[in-house]
Design a protein around this ligand. Structure first.
Ligand code: SAM
Length: 280
């Protein structure tokens, strides 16, 4: 396990994933019943963008920094607001220094009746995560293999909720594994919403995921993909996507609007773009 998310916090992938996660949580909270969010690959929860790791890569400069500096049209601004408000609340003096990862973002969105389970395998990162949520009765932080957790913690006792699966993609075949494991978890908890993140290298990832989910009989799912340059298997990551099972009503249309705007703000070269493909 070489991957440390501190080098990548606030990058293009985080922005897409966190905007979508915040919207899904807000949708689930339209009903008063408690929700459970399970984050299987959680990282450390909150990141210092002025720290050594983040400044060494500068990825946040090409991600969250650009998004917050750009002026979003009103309809897009309303859609990204649940995420943006949490980011801004962490940085009350207006200087972006702390970036909330998925655990901290979700924690900030929870109502008193909601619960969050965060799972991290890297021992040092898991320790930071446990410390961050020490004494918080709404959050359970666990050091465990996220793939095992996906099997063990699904279904939760709450009827409704979100499972975020955000692996580090350090081993070959992770895109297919993600799709197969999402489908397996969905069979155990068919009413849950699932969101899996994947990197775009070849440009064929979404087709692979859609084929696996369709073949597994997953009734309703979508992929939402954003590329900031033309995909090249030998080049750097060209973008990223989300595979979402049981997307809330309206989410695919909203993501089209958001990705259309993000595509222009986050472009790094020719040949980028976005797609949202929804199977219902
Ligand atoms: N979800 C986080 C966020 O949005 O803020 C970022 C997660 S990062 C992309 C992936 C994380 O998965 C890393 O912190 C890494 O240490 C962890 N990881 C790698 N393999 C894992 C495994 N098998 N189980 C759980 N966590 C794992």
């Amino acid at each position: 396990m070489n991957y440390r998310h501190a080098y990548h916090a606030g990058n293009v992938g985080d922005v897409l994933k966190h905007i979508a996660v915040a919207r899904i949580v807000r949708y689930l909270q339209k009903k008063p019943g408690a929700i459970r969010v399970i984050d299987t690959h959680a990282g450390i929860g909150l990141y210092d963008l002025a720290g050594d790791e983040a400044t060494r890569t500068g990825e946040a400069e090409r991600g969250v920094v650009r998004v917050l500096a750009a002026e979003a049209p009103a309809e897009v601004a309303a859609l990204i607001a649940p995420w943006q408000e949490v980011v801004e609340a962490e940085n009350p003096d207006g200087t972006l220094r702390l970036y909330p990862g998925s655990p901290w973002l979700v924690r900030r969105l929870l109502r008193p009746q909601d619960r969050l389970t965060v799972v991290e395998l890297h021992p040092a990162d898991a320790e930071v995560l446990k410390e961050l949520f020490y004494g918080d009765v709404q959050v359970r932080a666990v050091e465990l293999d996220g793939w095992l957790a996906l099997n063990a913690f699904v279904p939760p006792k709450e009827r409704r909720g979100l499972v975020l699966v955000d692996p580090a993609f350090e081993v070959p075949g992770e895109v297919a594994r993600l799709a197969h494991r999402l489908a397996k978890a969905w069979r155990k908890w068919p009413t849950g919403v699932y969101c899996g993140w994947y990197p775009v290298k070849t440009g064929s990832e979404s087709e692979e995921i859609l084929a696996i989910l369709s073949e597994a009989g997953v009734a309703e799912h979508l992929v939402a993909e954003l590329t900031v340059r033309r995909p090249d298997p030998d080049g750097p990551m060209a973008g990223c996507g989300l595979a979402i099972i049981n997307p809330p009503f309206m989410l695919s249309g909203e993501l089209e609007l958001v990705l259309g705007w993000l595509g222009t703000v986050l472009a790094q070269g020719p040949g980028g773009g976005f797609r949202v493909t929804h199977h219902a």
